[in-house]
Design a protein around this ligand. Structure first.
Ligand SMILES: [Zn+2]
Length: 103
């Protein structure tokens, strides 16, 4: 397979993942752990949440893809110097209490 085709296939799969799988991931940064999480709200929206020692952002989105993209872009802007280590891992839900939406 040509390199270019492989690139497009990988990108396509990444986009499909953004549409179907809510992000739940903890990055361990020099400022402490930062949780990225997309959760469905009761109203049918998606809530993108970025939660750390000094921040607690929540934004509603119409689609899961938008919420996931917001999480990825925001974290990249917030921690441009961050490189994932072995401590960065999918969040299993027990790292932080799950706050009710709107709290
Ligand atoms: Zn990381």
């Amino acid at each position: 397979m040509e390199e270019r085709d492989l690139f497009f296939r990988v990108m396509q799969e990444a986009i499909e993942t953004l549409k179907s799988d809510p992000i739940a991931f903890t990055h361990h940064t020099q400022h402490g752990p930062i949780l990225l999480q997309a959760t469905a709200s009761r109203e049918g929206d998606w809530i993108a949440r970025i939660f750390g020692q000094q921040l607690n952002w929540m934004s509603p989105f119409r689609s899961l893809q938008e919420a996931n993209e917001y999480l990825l872009c925001s974290f990249a802007e917030l921690m441009p110097e961050h490189r994932c280590t072995g401590r960065c891992a999918p969040a299993n839900g027990s790292d932080y209490p799950r706050l009710p939406v709107g709290a």
